[in-house]
Design a protein around this ligand. Sequence first.
Ligand code: SF4
Ligand code: SF4
Length: 60
Amino acid sequence: MTRIIIDEEQCNGCGDCLGVCKSRSLEVHDGICVAVRPDDCKLCMLCKVTCPVGAIEIEV
Ligand code: SF4
Ligand code: SF4
């Protein structure tokens, strides 16, 4: 199962990762990114490379 790990200390809620996620697996809730549909993740890693603060890790 795919695990999308968000470092809540690092995340600033900018939403950049949402814009690149074609599976709509991510949302920002109360200023923090949340993986709402990890099972739909396509493992493209775009969120990880796009995040300006390196807050996302994807584990397969
Ligand atoms: S790896 Fe790709 S599909 Fe998965 S959450 Fe990140 S942007 Fe979305
Ligand atoms: S791109 Fe990074 S900092 Fe911005 S909302 Fe997503 S996880 Fe948080």
